[in-house]
Structures are given as C-alpha cells and as structure tokens.
Ligand binder design. Sequence first.
Ligand SMILES: NC(=O)c1ccc[n+]([C@@H]2O[C@H](COP(=O)([O-])OP(=O)(O)OC[C@H]3O[C@@H](n4cnc5c(N)ncnc54)[C@H](OP(=O)(O)O)[C@@H]3O)[C@@H](O)[C@H]2O)c1
Length: 343
Amino acid sequence: MTQKTPETNRYWVLSSRPSGDAFDRALDLEEGPIPSPDDGELRVRNLYLSMDAGTRMWMTPRMDSYQPPTPVGAKVEGMVIGVVEKSRHAGYRAGDLVRAYGQWADYSIARPLASYVAVVDRDESDLRDYLGLLGPNGWTAYLGALEYGACRAGDTFVVSAAAGATGSAAGQIAKIAGCRVIGIAGSKEKCDWVTGKLGFDEALNYKETDVADALRDLCPDGVDVYFDNVAGPILDAVLSNMALFGRVALSGLITSYGAEEPVPGPYKFDMILMRRLTITGFFSPDFYRREPEINPRMRAWRDEGRLLYRFDEVEGVENTVAAYSKLFNGGNTGKVVVRVGDL
Ligand SMILES: NC(=O)c1ccc[n+]([C@@H]2O[C@H](COP(=O)([O-])OP(=O)(O)OC[C@H]3O[C@@H](n4cnc5c(N)ncnc54)[C@H](OP(=O)(O)O)[C@@H]3O)[C@@H](O)[C@H]2O)c1
C-alpha cells in the first residue's frame, strides 16, 4: 500500500454507550487537525491499530473494571504501532517506532507517563507481531498457559476462543509444553484451522456441539487446565469436566463485556470445591516488564515454525468499527488489526 501521510486526523469518538455489539450506532468517525502533544506526550503517526476485546469494557459506564470508562464524546483508545513524529518526552525521539496506547485514528497522542510505551525494532520481520505474539496477546497466552495454568507435559488443556488472537497462541504454547490440546471455537472452519494447521488434538464447535457432553467423552480423566477467554455457558461446561486439582487461567470474559444487567457467576461454582480447583485471573499490563524474558522465546518458536500466527487485517481507519465487530460476532480468525499507514 502506498499511502500519503494524512494531512488531517480522522478519529473515532464514543458518541454513546453501545448496546450489545451495535458499535456502528455508538461510534462516529470525525475529522480534525493533527494533534499537538503537551509536555510529557508524543505524537504518533499510526501504522496499525490493535483490535482487543477487553477494550469493550471501557465503552460501558462500569466503574469497577480495570480502567475507568471512556467518557462519552471522547476519542476511542486502544493499542497502536506507529512512528513518533513529535516527542515532548525525554525518553523518546522523533522517528522511534513505538507500541503504545493511543487512539483509533490516523494520529495518536501517547502518554508514556500514564501507560507503557515500548520502542520496537524496525527490523522485526512482521511489525504486526508487536501487537500479536510479541505483544499483549502473546504474553497473555504464554503466561496464562505456562504460569497461571501451570500446564505440564501430559496435561489435557482446553482453550476457548481457540481461533482468536489469544487462544490460538495459548493452545500452541500448551502443545509445545507437551499437553493434549482441545480448542473450542464457533465454526467448522475455525475448528479445522486449529486442528489442521496449528496442531491442536481436537476442536469443538460450541455452536453445534454440547460442550459439556463432548468434553466428558473426550476427557474421561478430566481437564487439567482450562484457558478461559469467554466465561458464560462454556465456562460452566468446562467446570463440570475439570480434573481434581485442575487450574483455570481466567484470561477473559467476552460473553459479558457488553452486559447491561448484572451477570451471574458460574452456575458450576461448586466444582471449585468439589474438584479443588485453582482459578486465577491475570491481566497483561501487569507483566509488560517481562517482555524481555518472554519475547525471545516467542520469537524462537515462531522462527522455528512451532508457533504460527494469523492476522485478520482490515484496511483503512474508516473500517475500524467493522474490524472491531468481528471480535464479538466471531467474524475473525487470528488477530484483528487495522492498517492505517505505511512505515
Ligand atoms: N487477561 C488479559 O490480559 C487479556 C489480554 C488479551 C486478551 N484477553 C482476553 O482474551 C479474550 C479474546 O480476546 P482477543 O482480543 O484475543 O480476541 P479474539 O479471540 O481474537 O476474538 C474474540 C473471539 O471470541 C469469540 N467469541 C465472541 N463472543 C463469544 C461468545 N459469546 N461466546 C463464545 N465465544 C465468543 C469469537 O470466536 P468464536 O467464533 O469462536 O465464537 C471471537 O472471534 C477476551 O476475553 C479478551 O478480553 C485477555
């Protein structure tokens, strides 16, 4: 793609709180001047926008999430890869390629004092990896499988949203650790991809299969590790099939991010006691500082062809909302990114 550097800034604004996944009715694309950074800030020309399911929570008014809600009328925030055009922070220079929290826009204002801004290597074979295997999705997969899930060779490992940005990596890392891996995903194509290309042992299409029954058949000795990306009914189905002393690595709750009413806890809560389970929630910003330890391993597995990763790339800032919707309607396979500019 050859693209001119934009002379104005197109950006998405949260015009109202979305209902369900009707994002197109709640978010508006506006246009204005290229933003100027204040002291301590950077102006970044965005190359890629990362579409992340967890950001859905910021669009709700709930105050007890991990981040305060985005005010109605504010620009929509998210992770980006981009080039620093103007720096008013001593730690960054114009020309640096960075991964930062910015805005769904042509240009971002990044605030290193408020959230981690990483300078990344221009020579990486695929810059998008900094939003995938070498970014929060990858670290979540790595730590969720190996530390919070504590998976070991011979374990039965189940992962939901298995064909997505986080789940596809988590299942492959569990395979590398020697587990038997079962993915749960929402279509035959996704199930075929994780078993045919990614090396998962089994996959269940939760839209056509009774997950609890299928797991009972597939795992007579129970599930040792459940990497949960979705919660809701699938969590209940897996809980009733956990092995004694099993571990649930609670990565995400995509079934309830848009909930407008209180969400009940798992109906199978009693299994935590009956099976002596450990359930641990974990959150990638808590372990950003472990990037130097995790990324060399991820890179090595990627380069050896043991860890495959697929991008679902959408072109153009104007298509961001359509790209984001895929996470909630299951339209994506792999990591959704929006390409908005050239290096
Ligand atoms: N803890 C952390 O730090 C961390 C970091 C990154 C991501 N996460 C979590 O990981 C999960 C996946 O996020 P992602 O950004 O990697 O997106 P993703 O997996 O690439 O895309 C989301 C997928 O979730 C599935 N899904 C959507 N609604 C569903 C429902 N009601 N029931 C079952 N599956 C549903 C869809 O696949 P199907 O076709 O299979 O339904 C969709 O493709 C999210 O819960 C997210 O919050 C957590």
